[in-house]
Design a protein around this ligand. Structure first.
Ligand code: GLU
Length: 786
């Protein structure tokens, strides 16, 4: 062609001949315009080559920006071949695991394979629960991949795709619209804006040339124009603009013998330089080149597939980055509109007061009642959606099994997209937050201890003994006997305690000591009880002893009296625990927690030494102290006779305490957290539902609901132990009955002893007088007259 004379070369499309063409154009000074992607290393400087395809690094930047803007926390890249991997390398570099950057998100990379069956690969990706996918493959494969993705459930409502092919906008994605999948496309053609200009320039006959820049809108559908065609169009525009600016120079093509060195086209250089300097507004937006002929300015149009077809949501260019054409309120309106047509599958688990079944006579949502139903009902009324309650099959909240790398319970239902919302007493935790999304909390709480209230113990008949301990009573008795004995011996020893029993008979040698053992005991007990005694010691030694004993008695009696008042008037409570430290310190009361809940995780993962210790105690206790559900825990506390305490969340404790008056919360909260409504990652409804929860909180509706299910429905009011006075001033028979008993026993004993004494006397007289048995009345008379 050069032999015949040409003014420039457009193309070829990316192929092995590209390099040859570039070299020939370089040596013949022929303007060479390329319109395809070429890796950066092929952009070694060729002064006569210009490429209108966006500069690869800049294009990758656009993709990185879009992903960043979507707040993705992870993504999967599906690439087709080595070229596609080279194209995506900038994206991978931006999220390289070596990078310490906040914007870095983890990603996985999969190769699409030969096809046409991509399902095994897509199924594998589906198993990873990844919902964000970047698909980089040739445009003719996209539809097949997406349809197969739909078949393996990788095209659900919570999935997001970015199609990197700049021709994706030409595809008919009609069938995929209804699935609710977010499909974002990047393209160079702004279908709302492009104009087609026609330019004709006859290089061989400049006089006949005419340039028609008539801005005529041709009746072409943007969806049919491929990026390659649009770029050719723009290349021609650019070329024609450069040539038109050189009209004065009478540009003519000349035959250039290709094989004879030294020949070149004299206009080539200035046309290429003008092209590099000029800017045109083409079908692919504004075209601007750098000095190396690479396209340094282009606009990427970001389109999204919605129910009404493809719609531009924003654009990216190297100078201003992403600019959204859709406003926040528009986006919110769209979400609110889509929510009102939806029926949410709400998963939950049974557990009072959040959810329980009414009976077999009901069907659908009517089967259930409780706080959760009311809460979702209020939200549905606010946002206008419908819902269907489904119970989770394993009845679990949701824990991550590190061995199987699987979640269970409600979290699993959401991750596997079997439900749109999970609602119950589901605690927002860091781990769960990394697997699902949560609304803002609708209830705040913390872990606390559920325990039985201390029981009042009846004072007991012998409570008058309580002021002094058994030891003291024993020591006192010993002291009493000891002092009596010492007094007895002291009196025997001391000569001054011996007296004439008949003071009138001064000559009598007979001396007696009144302090017989019997009298010593009488003296000691008389002194101790404060009653005194008619016998008093006379010598210094015995008086000293008596003085000390009286002092001892004074102190003991006053201590006893003081303590007795307190003991008799106070209601005795059983020993109890007051906080978690008390519980940790002892080993009489066992304590446990719910299996598979966040409270268990709290103890297991805690760094606080008390909780660590409690966790190892709980783990090693046999039989197990863990329970399968809260009801079992409550049952154990109720039946445990204060030998079992249960760690439970304060809100549930509040409910149980209202229901069972014998239960109480012990101590404060060990932590602080909240219950939230969970939903799959990336759920578009999160903001709307969170907003609704917030509204309910502000209007007091949440408080009202809590009162309804905690207080009104429990239908019971427990007398708070705080309002029962612990002490009363009056003493009842139960307090002092023992003293009466002692009195009665004492009287009876005294009476019996008196009879015994009498009988003894009768016997003595009878023996002396040798009275016959038969004459008992005579015996009696004699005994008394004697
Ligand atoms: N609310 C807890 C959870 O979501 C369950 C109850 C508990 O662990 O005490 O895991």
């Amino acid at each position: 062609m050069a032999d015949e004379g040409i003014g420039g070369v457009f193309g070829p499309d990316w192929s092995a001949t590209g390099g040859v063409v570039r070299s020939i154009c370089d040596s013949l000074h022929l303007p060479h315009l390329e319109m395809h992607w070429a890796p950066s290393h092929l952009h070694d400087y060729h002064p006569f080559t210009i490429n209108l395809y966006p500069e690869p690094k800049l294009l990758a930047k656009a993709l990185v920006a879009v992903i960043e803007d979507m707040d993705w926390t992870s993504f999967t890249l599906i690439y087709e071949n080595t070229d596609s991997l080279v194209r995506m390398q900038e994206l991978l570099k931006a999220h390289d695991s070596q990078l310490i950057s906040e914007d870095r998100v983890p990603f996985t990379v999969w190769q699409l394979g030969e096809g046409p069956d991509y399902r095994p690969l897509l199924k594998e990706i589906q198993m990873t629960s990844e919902t964000r996918i970047v698909l980089d493959c040739s445009v003719d494969k996209i539809l097949a991949v997406l349809h197969q993705a739909k078949q393996v459930k990788l095209m659900g409502e919570y999935h997001s795709y970015i199609l990197t092919s700049l021709d994706a906008h030409t595809l008919d994605l009609g069938e995929l619209k209804s699935g609710g999948t977010n499909i974002t496309m990047l393209s160079l053609i702004d279908r709302n804006k492009y104009t087609v200009q026609s330019a004709i320039y006859d290089l061989n006959n400049p006089a006949r040339s005419s340039i028609e820049l008539d801005n005529k809108k041709l009746n072409l559908s943007a969806t049919t124009i491929k990026t390659g065609s649009a770029l050719i169009y723009d290349a021609v525009q650019l070329y024609s603009k450069a040539v038109s600016e050189m009209v004065g120079d009478s540009v003519r093509v000349a035959p250039l013998p290709c094989h004879t060195p030294g020949y070149y086209w004299k206009h080539g250089y200035s046309i290429v330089s003008r092209m590099k300097r000029s800017t045109i507004e083409g079908m692919t937006g504004k075209v601007e080149l750098d000095e190396k002929g690479r396209r340094s300015f282009f606009t990427i149009v970001i389109t999204e597939l919605s129910e009404n077809g493809q719609r531009k949501i924003g654009s990216w260019d190297p100078l201003s980055g992403i600019t959204y054409t859709r406003t926040k309120s528009q986006m919110d309106r769209e979400i609110y509109q889509s929510i009102s047509n939806k029926t949410f599958i709400v998963t939950s688990r049974l557990g009072k007061p959040y959810l329980w079944t009414k009976g077999d006579n009901y069907s659908g949502n009517d089967r259930f009642e409780g706080y959760s139903i009311d809460l979702i009902d209020e939200i549905s009324k606010d946002l206008g959606f419908k819902y269907k309650f489904v119970l989770v099959s394993d009845g679990q909240y949701g824990t991550y099994n590190k061995k199987t790398k699987q979640w269970n319970g409600l979290i699993r239902e959401l991750r596997e997209r079997r439900a749109d919302l999970a609602i119950c007493d589901l605690t927002i935790t860091y781990d769960r937050r990394s697997a699902v999304d949560f609304t803002m909390p609708f209830m705040t709480l913390g872990i606390s201890i559920l325990y039985s209230k201390p029981v009042k113990t009846s004072p007991g008949l012998f409570s008058f003994l309580s002021p002094l301990s058994l030891d003291v009573w024993m020591y006192m008795a010993t002291a009493f006997l000891g002092v009596s004995l010492v007094l007895y011996i002291g009196c025997r020893i001391s000569p001054y305690e011996w007296e004439n029993p008949h003071p009138c008979n001064l000559d009598s040698d007979h001396l007696e000591c009144v302090f017989s053992l019997h009298n010593c005991l009488w003296f000691s007990i008389g002194s101790l009880t404060g009653a005194g005694c008619d016998l008093l010691p006379k010598t210094i030694s015995t008086r000293l002893l008596a003085g000390v004993w009286w002092f001892f008695a004074l102190i003991m009696v006053s201590s006893y009296t003081a303590n007795l008042a307190a003991f008799l008037t106070m209601e005795r409570m059983e020993d109890t625990i007051e906080n978690v430290e008390d519980l940790a310190k002892q080993n009489k009361i066992k304590y446990g927690v719910l299996l598979g809940g966040s409270s268990l995780d709290f103890f297991r993962d805690s760094n606080v030494s008390t909780y660590q210790k409690m966790w190892s105690v709980m783990e090693s206790t046999r039989p197990t102290v863990f329970v399968k559900n809260n009801d079992e825990g409550v049952e154990r506390v109720l039946k445990g006779k204060r030998a079992y305490a249960f760690f439970m969340e304060s809100t549930s404790i509040e409910y149980q305490v209202e229901k069972h008056c014998e239960l109480t919360q012990v101590g404060g909260l060990l932590d602080s957290k909240g219950y939230g409504i969970a939903m799959p990652f990336n759920s578009p409804y999160r903001t709307a539902i969170s907003g609704s929860v917030l509204k309910m909180q502000e209007s007091g509706k949440l408080h009202e609901l809590k009162n309804k299910w905690w207080k009104e429905k429990s239908g019971k009011t427990c007398e708070s132990s705080k309002h029962v006075p612990l002490a009363t001033n009056e003493l009842g028979m139960s307090n002092v009955g023992g003293v009466f008993l002692v009195l009665i026993i004492g009287c009876t004993l005294a009476f019996l002893v008196a009879i015994l004494e009498f009988l003894w006397q009768v016997r003595k007289v009878a023996v002396q007088e040798k009275v016959k048995h038969r004459n008992f009345s005579k015996k009696l008379k004699q005994a008394y007259t004697l």
